[in-house]
Design a protein around this ligand. Sequence first.
Ligand SMILES: Cc1ncc(COP(=O)(O)O)c(C=O)c1O
Length: 435
Amino acid sequence: MTTTTAGRVPMSTADLHAAVADPVLSSMNFLNEVMDRYPDAISMAPGAPHESFFADMDIGRYVGAFSRHLESRGLGEAAIRRVLYQYGPSRGQINDIIAEALRRDEGLDVRPESLVITVGAQEAIFLTLRVLHREPGDAIAVVDPCYPGVLGAARLLDIPVVPVAGTADGFDLDQLRQVGVAYRQRGRRVRTLYVAPDFANPGGARIPLPARRMLLDEADRLDLTIIEDNTYGFTAAADDRLPSLKSLDERGRVVHVGTFAKICLPGARVGYLIADQQVHGTTTAHLLADDITSAKSMITVNTSPISQALIAGMLLEHGGSLLSVASAKARLYRRNLTVLLESMDRHIDRSTGISWNEPDGGFFVRLRLPVPVDDALLERCARGYGVIWTPMRHFHLGTGGDNQLRLSCSSLSEAQIEEGVLRLAGFLRDVTEER
Ligand SMILES: Cc1ncc(COP(=O)(O)O)c(C=O)c1O
């Protein structure tokens, strides 16, 4: 046994779970470090909400609104204190308010007990994967490029990840079919598919309605469960919303995941999932949400009751509507995206082989460059040009992102977006001229 001079036994990464050495788990830290090192740079890297919305945040008022709601339901002072300050039910305690909001806004007919209130969408994804994946070799299919939170969760759970190529309007359904069939032939199964149908992070694609229906049919044929991530759906214009996969799901193929991070505040760490599937087993039939609730009770026990109260209070102040609470934010994010795309059009020269997508919503735009894009190039841009972005390699399973970067516009002012694009344009000019 090796000991250090201080007499302590060193620990080796070989003794730890392999996921901790996986680059996907450290990509967020890397970007945070770059931002810390260049505090004056304009950061177009994180998909963080705009901080102007925090200015009139009144936590006491929101918790008060929820307390009055409980009072109107007949709870006395002591009972209300218990709801706010005690351990709470693992399934959550604002399920009825969220179920009603989903009915109103998304046309989703869900019973409160089919919902689990989670510590952000991230916990919802993690728990869903944990509960749905039984056999060690069964895979999760993801659209490549993919939100790293899903890749990290799968790695931590030892779930093999199989990429399906992303396209301008979603992903390659034929490829999903082929992969699903190939797994079956090997005695394995693609058990889940993670997909964000509305303005995926980082791809930006939105799946059209007919393709949503085809995807549900394919999920049925392949006998897989879709994990639908609805994080950026709220940024669609009111007259341009598409039904979620969950609202089209007649066969119980979809677990729907949502978050209040972008429409309320990320600091509350509140998300939710809908798992209304009937599970038949050795005991009586029950809901998939029941099993996910049991798993949650062993991880985070319950989502902070105070955070749940704060989110419920915000919703109640907006007539119990998710879309109403989100509307001012959605307007700002759509405006920021327009400003970003217009200023890219004005300042970035496409004739040098640079191209980009033009999403209708979400927080992100992807640029393709005629040169390799890696962390060293980002470092050079941050140091010399004062603008930070994310190399798309951080989101890809293969080499697909090697020439791409992601820009985010959610947390910036219009002036910062303009200035960021100007700086980026200067950098791109220099980099492409060097070729
Ligand atoms: C696509 C997607 N899903 C989920 C999350 C995580 O959400 P939460 O903060 O609720 O855990 C994010 C965060 O940026 C995201 O981009």
